[in-house]
Write a protein that binds this ligand. Structure first.
Ligand code: SF4
Length: 99
């Protein structure tokens, strides 16, 4: 009951809880002690550059970062594309279904 009221409030834009999707490479990035940059502190697959060596532009425009911002991880998720709650969750954490 509480959840459905909350969901209605969010869907009708009466309340806003800020970012409703993964914020990696959009509002946040992680810089490791050696300068390595990863889109998220939990993303251990691939570094997107090194802040001590690489330009911010090359890091920001790394294909992994672009993919995060464009929500590429949702493109093959039919269940998300058809879900009425997509605007509220945007598929959750992409780490949940990254190979
Ligand atoms: S949703 Fe997942 S990938 Fe995105 S910032 Fe949070 S933990 Fe990282």
């Amino acid at each position: 009951m509480v959840f459905s009221h909350l969901l209605q409030a969010v869907q009708s834009h009466r309340v806003c809880f800020g970012v409703k999707a993964c914020s990696a490479a959009q509002y946040s990035m992680t810089i490791e002690p050696d300068g390595s940059v990863i889109p998220c502190q939990s993303w251990l697959k691939e570094k997107v550059g090194n802040i001590l060596r690489d330009s911010w532009e090359s890091i920001w425009n790394h294909p992994v970062c672009v993919g995060f911002r464009e929500k590429a991880y949702l493109k093959n998720r039919k269940e998300c594309q058809e879900c009425e709650h997509l605007p509220e969750c945007y598929g959750g954490c992409p780490l949940e279904y990254s190979p």
